[in-house]
Design a protein around this ligand. Structure first.
Ligand SMILES: Nc1ncnc2c1ncn2[C@@H]1O[C@H](COP(=O)(O)OP(=O)(O)OP(=O)(O)O)[C@@H](O)[C@H]1O
Ligand SMILES: [Mg+2]
Length: 309
């Protein structure tokens, strides 16, 4: 008679019949659910760092590349892990720290489900770093509706990662997670020496593409020149930079009001825009407030997710 699983070697097994069904699939209905499963896998592989590169093409196709520095996947089992019921957690299902609502981990179904729901999923690198890339058609598997109207399609994936990181770290792990465009994630991987700095851009670009990071030659050159900043960790406690609001010069009462014509304001906006683009950011809603003895400038800074290659 068949047992609850079949041994596939290298610590892997295929759950059979009732056992697979009993553990049940974690239901993936949104892109965020898929991201969560990918990062759970990375964490459970012992990763201390997880990097998520995200792009949205044609406002429709979301590509997530999840890289981690965990123990990796045996070369021989790369294709098998996308099959249903294939798992290394058959003896020790993982319960989610701090969230009883999430189902026990270890049915060997998440990657299979993602494969069924996505346009494509590929294991691009089996270790150092491990890289898995998945592309979703958001018309088929949507992203959760936004809480923030100003950050379309950006906030929920990042927030998913943030909640996951904070929840994990509340229970003894020291996990660092990063989220950004492929170019900024590549800059971060170099900064953290997850991949080695090369002097020539062609070789680095090839390496990036092989890891599932779609970056242009121009982006790679900018990265090598130090013009693309690494991203900061997603969890709130990790971000540095203080409160982000510093008042220069203290309060000033009275004093003259600086008049700025449309041309001057336009030029200031232009300078900001150029400075932002050099770091793969955009600015909008630039507001110059003129008060007696003081002028203040406020703008929204964000990272566009579309890659213009
Ligand atoms: N980033 C990774 N690093 C190392 N091994 C991985 C990684 N991602 C997946 N795996 C391996 O692939 C197996 C299958 O993953 P999958 O997410 O499909 O199932 P599972 O994690 O075992 O169970 P569940 O369906 O609850 O997620 C895992 O058990 C693990 O051994
Ligand atoms: Mg899993």
């Amino acid at each position: 008679m068949d047992g609850p699983y079949r041994d596939l070697g290298a610590g892997f097994a295929r759950l059979t019949g009732v056992e697979g069904a009993r553990r049940g699939p974690s239901r993936i209905t949104h892109v965020e659910d898929a991201l969560l499963e990918l990062v759970r896998n990375a964490r459970d592989a012992g990763a201390a760092h997880i990097y998520v590169a995200s792009t949205l093409r044609d406002r429709r196709y979301r590509t997530l590349t999840v890289l981690d520095d965990g123990h990796g996947i045996p070369e021989s089992h790369t294709d098998l892990i996308l099959e249903p019921g294939v798992t290394t957690r058959h003896l020790n299902p993982v319960t989610e720290p701090g969230d009883a609502s999430l189902p026990t981990h270890g049915a060997g179904l998440s990657l299979y489900q993602i494969k069924s729901l996505s346009v494509e999923i590929r294991v691009l690198s089996t270790s150092s770093p491990t890289s898995i890339r998945a592309t979703f058609d958001t018309n088929t598997i949507p992203e959760r509706t936004l809480q923030s109207p100003t950050r379309p399609s950006h906030s929920n994936l990042r927030a998913t990662l943030e909640h996951f990181t904070e929840r994990t770290n509340r229970h003894s792990h020291r996990l660092h997670t990063y989220y950004g465009t492929p170019a900024r994630i590549l800059a971060t991987l170099l900064h953290h020496r997850i991949i080695q700095r090369r002097r020539e851009s062609a070789g680095l670009r090839e390496e990036a593409l092989a890891l599932g990071l779609g970056v242009s030659t121009r982006s790679v050159q900018r990265i090598l020149r130090g013009e693309v900043l690494p991203v900061e960790g997603v969890s709130a406690e990790e971000s540095t930079g203080g409160t982000g609001r510093r008042r220069v010069g203290g309060g000033v009462d009275g004093g003259p009001v600086l008049e700025l014509g449309e041309e001057e304001s336009g030029r200031i906006t232009d300078i900001l825009r150029r400075a932002a683009r050099a770091g793969y950011m955009e600015v909008e809603d630039v507001r110059l407030e003129r008060r007696p003895g003081e002028i203040s400038l406020r703008a929204r800074v964000y990272e566009p997710e579309e890659e213009y290659e």
